[in-house]
Each structure stands twice: as C-alpha cells, then as structure tokens.
Design a protein around this ligand. Structure first.
Ligand SMILES: Nc1ncnc2c1ncn2[C@@H]1O[C@H](COP(=O)(O)OP(=O)(O)OP(=O)(O)O)[C@@H](O)[C@H]1O
Length: 353
C-alpha cells in the first residue's frame, strides 16, 4: 500500500513561514521510507499530517490510492509510534496491545488471539501481565509497536521511535525493526534525524530541509550522488573545502580535485570530501592532488581511526583510516602526512549551508 503526498503545505500561523512547504513524495508499498533531516525541517509535522493529527493548508494525502486528506485518524488505517512510549500506565501490556482492537469492538476471543500473536511477534510472550512501569525502555517501545500493528494498519508511521533510548538499545531495536518489517511487510514511514539509522534501515530516503524535500531516492543514490550541497553535507560526515577553479581543476583547501565540466576558470567552488575518500601516506604518491597535512587529533572508533588533519590552507578535514592501515601508517598527533583525495563532489558557486 503506497502513500502519496502531493504538494502539501502546513503553516502554524497565518502568513508565517510554513513548517511544511509544497512537499511531494511517494512512499513505495511494502518498503521502509525515512524522512531524514535536521531539527525543525518539518519531518514530524509531515508525519502527523499523514496520520491525520495535523490538518494541511494545501495538498493531498493518498493512502493506498484513497484520498485521506479529510479523513479522521481512525479512518485512515494507520498505526503510529512516537518517541515517548505513550502507553497507558494503568493498563497491562496485554490491555495496551488490545486497546485499538477493543475500540473496534472485536470479540474477546479474537482480541486474545491477536494479542497473543502480537506478543509473539515482539518476543515478549512472558510479559503480558506487566504494566509499562515494569518494563525497560526498549521493551516499552516494542509494546508500542505491537499496539500500533495489532489493528493491521495499512501504514506504520514512526516518529523517532528510538530517540529516547541509549545507543546500544537503539542499535538493537534498529535490527529488530528490520526483522519485524521483513515479517509484516507493512509500508512504513520513519522520521529520524540520524543519517546512519536512515541509510541502514530504509529502502527509500526523503531528505528534508526547511520544510521542503531536498532529495528523495535510495540510500545509495543519496549517499553517492547528493543533489545539493545541503544533502552532501548532511549525509556522510563530509568535510567542506572552499576554493577556485585553476586550469580546469578545483583547488580547494590545499588539495586539487577534478572540477565539474561546467566550471569556468576562476569560479568559486566547494568540494565535499567524505572521510574515507582521503588516502593518507607517509610519502607522496598518487596524482598531483596530494598535500601535506598535520595530524591534529586521533580518535579510535571501533574498526577505524578518525584522523583530524589540518591542511596548510588552515582548513581541517576528517579522515577515517581502517585500523590495519592506520597501524601500518604509524602516525601520532603532531606528525605530518600526505593526504590524497580519491573522490570529491564539487559544486560550482559559493553556497551557504
Ligand atoms: N504545534 C506547533 N505550533 C507551532 N509551530 C510548530 C508546531 N509544531 C511544529 N512547529 C514548527 O514547525 C517547524 C517544523 O517542526 P517539526 O517538529 O515538524 O520539525 P522536525 O523536522 O520534526 O524537527 P525535530 O527533529 O526537532 O522534531 C518548526 O519550526 C517548529 O517550531
């Protein structure tokens, strides 16, 4: 069941800046689509409009081909999970999961069967008699998912569902959600400001900035071919280097990279360089684009080391070096190394981000 949003605009004050401005996108059936963007980009407002919790000023929302723009929440066939658990504290886990089913006047036998099914799905069969206060944060959030899914929604809408949890539980639940999605196949729209979460979990990503869609596509498209400087800087921990076109190449922050064909001599450019697209070496090799930099800081992170490099231009770049390569390189803070850019995305013009 697809979700289609057409030219949606939502203002919270008459004549004010729209929180969501002329947004169109499509969430493919059976896929996880993420709405990704910085705080204030309009992601939650858009999700709430799809749920029927905000009334748009303009535009349409179609769920499974049906125009739902003016339908109340309970008629849209959506299940919603928010960041805060929003479980009923005085009800048991079973009663919480059964809530939407009882509202729909389902028979007691059917409700019990469906609750059993949901408890099994979220792997909390033993905890049905507990109240939310007797659960961990991660368990409560799983119950919230069960409650949203119990009604067999056409679409699952998730607003930062793991935002209040610590990193470890967040990562566990991320995997859990992927497995859950494989089992249920429900069309899902997930709001997040965490690019790693978006790229890892979803098949379709809609990047939002200042109430508008900056780019929509597969995680690979977004990562490999960012359409704008904003997308390039928001996704992928990119360093931004400014410079100019000289003799057909872009000279940026003491480095030289390929310039776009459209670039004219002397024109201002910005290069977006990903942390793993810089190769460090003790001695100069590769093409003529390398520069010497000073190792300012070393930060080991799991299987790689983050190297903060200061270039002679004064610009800093972050380089991620796999642990084995780093050990072979054998550098310490304060050393000089050669930096060679393997790939960069260069935009013509002096963009402000
Ligand atoms: N109920 C409201 N009344 C007035 N303004 C609002 C309301 N809800 C959101 N806004 C404004 O709309 C804009 C978009 O907010 P929204 O919560 O949709 O962004 P977001 O991308 O989800 O951000 P975050 O990740 O911080 O939740 C913001 O400027 C916000 O202040």
């Amino acid at each position: 069941m697809s979700v289609i949003v057409e030219k949606l605009t939502k203002r919270f004050s008459a004549g004010g800046t729209p929180a969501v401005s002329d947004v169109s996108f499509q969430a493919p059936p059976g896929a996880i689509t993420t709405l990704l963007g910085p705080s204030g980009a309009g992601k939650s407002t858009l999700l709430r409009a799809i749920a029927g919790l905000e009334t748009p000023d303009e535009g349409r929302i179609l769920i499974d081909g049906v125009d739902c723009t003016d339908l109340p929440v309970q008629k849209r066939g959506v299940g919603v999970v928010f960041q805060s658990y929003a479980l009923f504290r005085h009800m048991t886990v079973r009663e919480n999961i059964a809530f939407g089913l009882n509202v729909r006047r389902m028979s007691r036998v059917d409700v019990n069967a469906r609750v059993d099914e949901m408890l099994k799905l979220i792997q909390l069969e033993e905890l049905g008699r507990r109240t939310p206060s007797q659960l961990s944060g991660g368990q409560r959030q799983r119950v919230a998912f069960a409650r949203a899914l119990a009604i067999r929604p056409k679409v699952l809408l998730l607003d930062e569902p793991f935002g209040a949890l610590d990193t470890r539980v967040r990562e566990e639940l991320r995997e859990w959600l992927q497995e859950l999605h494989e089992l249920t196949g429900v069309t899902t729209i997930l709001v997040t400001h965490d690019q790693e979460e978006a790229l890892e979990i979803s098949q379709h990503v809609v990047i939002m900035s200042e109430g508008r869609v900056a780019q929509a596509g597969s995680p690979e498209d977004i990562y490999n071919s960012p359409a704008t400087p904003f997308v390039a800087s928001f996704v992928g921990g990119t360093s931004i280097l400014k410079g100019h076109v000289r003799e057909g190449r872009a000279e940026v922050g003491s480095l030289v990279v390929a310039a776009p064909h459209s670039a004219r001599e002397g024109e201002a450019v910005q290069a977006f360089v990903r942390p793993h697209d810089i190769k460090l070496a003790r001695s100069l090799h590769g093409h003529g684009g390398a520069s010497t930099g000073r190792v300012e800081r070393l930060k080991p992170v799991g299987g790689y080391v983050k190297v903060l490099l200061k270039l002679p231009s004064g610009d800093s770049v972050t380089v991620e070096v796999p642990r084995k390569e780093f050990d072979e390189l054998g550098v310490v803070e304060g050393d000089s190394v050669h930096a060679d850019v393997r790939a960069a995305r260069v935009f013509v013009g002096d963009f402000s981000i």
